[in-house]
Ligand binder design. Sequence first.
Ligand code: PRP
Length: 219
Amino acid sequence: MEKDRYLTFALTKGRLADKTLELFERVGIECREMEDKSTRKLIFVNEEMGLKFFLAKAPDVPTYVEYGVADIGVTGKDTIMEEGRRVFEVLDLKLGKCRMCVCGPEHAKELLEHHELIRVASKYPKIARDYFYNEKHQTVDIIKLNGSVELGPIVGLSDVIVDIVETGGTLKENGLMVLEEICPLSARMIVNQVSMRMENARIRQLVSDLRKVIDEKES
Ligand code: PRP
């Protein structure tokens, strides 16, 4: 790999960063410093390979990439859609697979079918708006929440929610169900638009190596 300039990665702090690094290791990219789980450091360097990694909160990853302080980012498709930053999405890492769905109590099905003016609670107001306004052409009231969104229909704040469903356990335990599926989700690699041109060979090689490993894992 060319080493005259650092290639900088913004990773999503937590389990996704761990999984991403496991994948990176399989294509020969490693960062020893990051293996110490007790460290509170946020920036790590692999001098030999000319790589820099930093750990950010998911919604900030596309921001760092759009502004070019990171060439590459890895975060969830949900975050990428919600943030709507100008970045290139280049690879599906197929990690953290889940779905973005409209969920609620069974009786809310009818409200959706009849395009009623309903209240929708979500941590993802942009995704909810795009879905209802642009895909379904249904006018709704969107209420932004910051977590435990399932509470919305239970306590009567909203009719439905737009949220991530992985196992479906949270919905089930709270007497809710999937009413409509918006899209599948998983971790994606995003690239800064200028880096894509300036570091094209390096990035293309990385994407192609990773794709091979991901495909092997999937099959
Ligand atoms: C997410 C999501 C659902 C739950 C889905 O919440 O918002 O609540 O996980 O997973 P399941 O289908 O496997 O039950 P998270 O745990 O991130 O917490 P939050 O409610 O604070 O957003």
